[in-house]
Design a binder for this molecule. Structure first.
Ligand SMILES: Nc1ncnc2c1ncn2[C@@H]1O[C@H](COP(=O)(O)OP(=O)(O)OP(=O)(O)O)[C@@H](O)[C@H]1O
Ligand SMILES: [Mg+2]
Length: 368
């Protein structure tokens, strides 16, 4: 969980400093005041990228050269300083005073999940988001998942390069053993994660949608044959496509609601609830494995949902015991079991009832 957060020149935020509560935090403000910007800044610190898919270059405040984010993260008894600076020289991340080689160190330092108005894409969109979903849980739960995933990506790239350069069949087949070995490890890790998450998935799905759900992992090749056999049979097609068609790079997690594939049938609001149930289950599973509260960011959770659905969602969020930072146009739209620490944003300037310093705020007070 994160207790102190500073953002400088991130999107519309000139400077913001927040002392976040350990449980519930609520950011209110009008349209375009900077609510999403604040959540995106928090998420960037824990991911090294935007949750909206925005390119890092567009995140620096217009007319500025760099943005800087800093957070003090609590992990059990200790505190960990986490910082990110994006300048013309690129992205620089620091965790615990040391330069971090990549985003993985940020993800490990500040594990977080996001429910935003685009969350329904986890159901409605393509399989890549759902693979990433499983891989996020696996990263936090299975010790060597990231290493396996990286080695698998390398093996896939090498095999695809051999396919594109029209290497001999023997040369392409020579990549198969390593590819299959790593693919089966990745497959095993994702299956283990689904087994671990499934109970929570079904419970949250039932609580939010009041319908019976099922989750079906599809490995990325026909279930009735081995991956070796699928590669052998698919060689001609792989050569035509210049890419390997069978393997965990094509895996999917099918979400079934009332015995039908959710993606094709449920309404947009139901998609949001289903996706939210998945996010809550992932948070709960990772939290149990890491034995510390994670950060859950809710950007306008009330959007697209009726009042009953919002109440059910907020009750499920509260029951998780994680740290919550939510945004809302209307402070009365979200109900928390205890008073949240409140922040109000106006044109990129944050005011709070929870001990906030904001240089921009002081400045604006001086100008009549
Ligand atoms: N790089 C940037 N520099 C300066 N301003 C920016 C930058 N990127 C976005 N903005 C502006 O920041 C403002 C706040 O956007 P943000 O998405 O945070 O608003 P919001 O409070 O979440 O609004 P809504 O209620 O509509 O979701 C917008 O007016 C946007 O144009
Ligand atoms: Mg917004």
């Amino acid at each position: 969980m994160i207790r102190l957060f500073r953002a400088t020149n991130f999107r519309c935020l000139e400077y913001a400093e927040l002392e976040l509560g350990p449980r519930f935090n609520l950011i209110t403000g009008a349209n375009a005041s900077g609510k999403t910007s604040l959540l995106e800044a928090l998420a960037y610190l824990g991911r090294g990228k935007s949750f909206r898919g925005a390119s890092t270059a567009n995140l620096t405040r217009h007319g500025q050269d760099e943005f800087v984010l800093f957070g003090e993260v609590e992990r059990g008894v200790g505190k960990l300083a986490v910082g990110v600076r994006n300048s013309r020289d690129g992205l620089e991340a620091r965790v615990g005073g040391a330069t971090a080689a990549g985003a993985a160190a940020l993800v490990e330092a500040l594990p977080l999940q996001v429910i935003d108005p685009e969350v329904h894409n986890l159901i409605a969109g393509g399989p890549e988001l759902r693979r990433r979903y499983l891989d996020w849980v696996a990263f936090h739960v299975e010790h060597d998942h990231l290493m396996i995933w990286r080695r698998f990506r390398r093996a896939l790239k090498q095999r695809n390069a051999a396919l594109r350069s029209k290497s001999s069949e023997a040369a392409i087949r020579s990549w198969n053993a390593e590819f299959v070995d790593l693919a089966m490890q990745l497959d095993g890790s994702r299956r283990a994660v689904l087994a671990l998450t499934e109970h929570s998935l079904l419970e949250h799905g039932h609580a939010l949608l009041q319908t019976e759900l099922a989750f079906e992992y599809q490995p990325g090749w026909s279930r009735d044959k081995s991956l070796e056999a699928a590669l052998d049979e698919g060689l001609e097609r792989d050569l035509q496509m210049g890419a390997t068609q069978a393997g965990p790079q094509r895996a999917d997690l099918r979400v079934i609601s009332d015995e039908r594939q959710a993606r094709k049938l449920v309404s947009r609001g139901q998609q949001k609830l289903l996706a939210s149930a998945m996010i809550l289950a992932a948070t709960e599973t990772a939290q149990a494995a890491l034995e510390r509260p994670l950060l859950l960011l809710l950007d306008d959770p009330a959007a697209e949902l009726d009042a009953d659905s919002v109440s059910r969602l907020m009750a499920a969020v509260a029951a998780l015991g994680c740290q919550v930072v939510a945004t809302s146009l209307d402070p009365a739209a979200l109900v928390f079991p205890e008073s949240p620490v409140m922040f109000h944003v106006e044109q990129g300037v944050i005011r709070s009832t929870g001990g906030v310093v904001s240089r921009a705020e002081n400045k604006s007070e001086k100008t009549p």
